[in-house]
Design a protein around this ligand. Sequence first.
Ligand SMILES: [Cu+2]
Length: 67
Amino acid sequence: MQEVTVKVEGMNCGKCAKKVEGALEAIGAEGHVNLEEHNVNVKYDSSKLDLSDIKASIEAKGYHVVS
Ligand SMILES: [Cu+2]
């Protein structure tokens, strides 16, 4: 299991957090949003997904991945 924390712009409430976490769940990753720190901690199986998939799923919901 790979773990990464990505910085994301535009998440400002619980609904945003749920949207991002749901998007990650949909591709088989486990995300935890920290609204105060504007980041998402993601655990994923690196044999099935890579970081670009994680970033793309977040961006597809309308949020900007900074790093
Ligand atoms: Cu929101």
